[in-house]
Design a protein around this ligand. Structure first.
Ligand SMILES: Cc1cc2nc3c(=O)[nH]c(=O)nc-3n(C[C@H](O)[C@H](O)[C@H](O)COP(=O)(O)OP(=O)(O)OC[C@H]3O[C@@H](n4cnc5c(N)ncnc54)[C@H](O)[C@@H]3O)c2cc1C
Length: 329
């Protein structure tokens, strides 16, 4: 597929999570030709892996996030929105009329002439590499006694009665995991590098469990070494006696998927803060005709509806600007 350079209506969307899909829908409805470039084999992003009911989406009660991903992807299919999936953005250059992108998809290279670009590349789970240099870590990893996927504890939950586990992290996910494990009968050591940063509702529930002695909270605490012995895993800590646990769940947070993209010269000048792309209220970035939406542009308020709303805002702003620009020339 090669689109002529005078196509003023084609907009490239990098990332096919909920933000990218919402933006594509709005652009299509506003008369544009959105093209979604998604690196994975399926649209949906993070939602694909979240198999819990999502209670936060108005009008769609009872659906899991993964089910929402299917509903949204089906909507994109019905609208016949162009989707390269799985695909990789190989080249991106600025031109007089916007951008030229080279995308690899299904063993072919496609050249796209884009009027604007919307970055919707989301975030990823921070991996266990933070522990890689610590003594004993490799042994614990190879024994399958440490993992970091947000819901790994649920698949093993039945085994946690009367066990002691460590949850490493201080955010929402660490708190939800700690609560789930306590409800499954485990005693939890909650190890926080600084202090708890979870939202008030789940924090309150965890505080109750701490008061009941079912969670032991360790603020300002870091693991300095792991050692497997016959009673379990001894965790050496920076600020106290070692604790012994049966299993470790790391909940280290998330990182914005922006590094790979900012390697393209066309994105020179993109302002980021801790990896998150900075935008104005209309989702415009510091680079002309480049927008950013969803989790990659919103470190504070990450949710399905925020991502949808930001996709819609970017599409509307883009449409108004193109019309204004075209009426001047
Ligand atoms: C454990 C957990 C529980 C959550 N629970 C809820 C909840 O109950 N309710 C709620 O509303 N929200 C919840 N959220 C948040 C919600 O899932 C996110 O806010 C939302 O999915 C973000 O969508 P997004 O499109 O911005 O990003 P993502 O879903 O991260 O999508 C980004 C997409 O971009 C792709 N991509 C990345 N880089 C590139 C590239 N270079 N080229 C091409 N494609 C690329 C990725 O493969 C991905 O498909 C939860 C999140 C987590 C982690």
């Amino acid at each position: 597929m090669t689109v002529p350079a005078n196509n003023t209506l084609m907009i490239g969307i990098i990332g096919g999570g909920v933000a990218g899909m919402a933006c594509a829908l709005w652009l299509k409805r506003l008369g544009y030709t959105p093209v979604i470039i998604e690196q994975n084999a399926k649209l949906g992003g993070q939602l694909l892996n979240l198999h819990r009911p999502n209670h936060w989406v108005l009008g769609l009660p009872g659906h899991t996030s993964a089910e929402l991903a299917s509903i949204y992807a089906e909507h994109i299919r019905q609208e016949a929105i162009d989707t390269f999936c799985p695909a990789h953005l190989l080249e991106l250059d600025t031109t007089d009329t916007g951008f030229n992108a080279v995308v690899e998809h299904a063993d072919k290279r496609h050249v796209l002439a884009l009027r604007a670009i919307v970055i919707a590349s989301g975030v990823r789970i921070l991996g266990l590499e933070a522990f890689a240099a610590l003594p004993g870590y490799q042994t614990v990893l190879e024994a399958g006694l440490i993992s970091n996927f947000p819901f790994d504890h649920l698949t093993e939950q039945a085994n946690w009665a009367v066990k002691t586990v460590a949850v490493i992290g201080g955010g929402d996910n660490a708190h939800f995991t700690a609560k789930d494990l306590v409800l499954a009968g485990a005693h939890v050591h909650l190890l926080e590098r600084s202090t708890a940063k979870a939202r008030a509702t789940i924090r309150r529930e965890v505080l109750e469990l701490i008061a009941q002695g079912r969670i032991s909270e360790h603020p300002q605490t870091q693991v300095t070494a792991f050692q497997i012995h016959q009673d379990g895993i001894a965790l050496c800590l920076n600020n106290g006696e070692p604790i012994t646990v049966d299993r470790i769940f790391a909940r280290l947070g998330f990182a914005a998927n922006s590094e790979g993209l900012t390697a393209f010269a066309a994105f020179n000048g993109l302002i980021k803060k801790a990896g998150y792309i900075q935008t104005d209220a209309a989702q415009r970035t510091s680079v002309p005709w480049v927008y950013a939406i969803g989790d990659v542009a919103n470190a504070r308020h990450q949710s399905v509806v925020n991502a949808i709303a930001e996709g819609a805002v970017a599409a509307q702003d883009l449409s108004e600007r193109v019309q204004m620009n075209d009426s001047k020339s």
